[in-house]
Write a protein that binds this ligand. Sequence first.
Ligand code: G6P
Length: 316
Amino acid sequence: MAISACGTAYLAGLIGKYWFERYARLTVEIDVASEFRYREIPLSPQSAALFISQSGETADTLASLRYCKERGLKIGAIVNACESTIAREADAVFPILAGPEIGVASTKAFTCQLAVLAALAIGAARARGTVTEDELQALVRSLAEVPRVMGQVLNSIQPEIEFLSRELSKCRDVLYLGRGTSFPLAMEGALKLKEISYIHAEGYAAGELKHGPIALIDDNMPVIVIAPHDRFFDKTVSNMQEVAARGGRIILITDEKGAAASKLNTMHTLVLPAVDEIIAPMIFSLPIQLLAYHTALFMGTDVDQPRNLAKSVTVE
Ligand code: G6P
């Protein structure tokens, strides 16, 4: 299967790739839409292609969709605007039902795109027989938990987020790290921060730290580590140790088990409820988005209409 999109929608797709591959054992080719159609990827008409777009009008995503359509692929569209061009040209439309999203930087569309991608990956796993009935039920139960857990998180983290955002607003650069599905989330955290606060931020796979970005670490550089207590946790902690040893200021976003297991000096540890791996990206995206929002408020920037950005990009 192929997935393509731009910006935040692309990062949602990248998380979707992990899910389709893990649960449905479906290989996923993914790229940003502006590269996708020029790569001359060998695409089979037996394949499906999925395009993700909040507005359904993004020029690069639409051009990639048409590229795949011309080659006979079945086209699916994950959209918020169901009357959009991308929705009209797709064979199957999967609405995210987020309601109108006004702010330029995508937030609720991102979490709703993730919910739809998770549901599709679980559906594909069921159709392909790659998970047992018990596993399937557990996955569906976890998905159904999302609204409740999100409410709980939103009600509890606000004071800590404001404290951390005040600190971030004094910084020039911020590094985000994560492994597994927390890696695209790290990139999304960095994207949100730079879009609305104009602070330079980068999201990296935690394992890549030693291959370059570690050179940036000093006591001026906050490092936001997204690490639920999952299969990758111990590896991520060892990457955190590398940061701590170089005086980096760590903000660890984890869950209760992770907080108990990390045993590292952090600038702050933000503890979220422990949840099943499949819903962690949706839950962990809340502090990521709120950090960017409150940092931008402290900086006095326009959170809804950041400079130089447009909500819908209809030119290539
Ligand atoms: C613009 C917006 C981003 C969005 C991207 C893709 O760059 O500023 O927030 O993620 O377009 O938009 P789409 O409507 O296709 O999801």
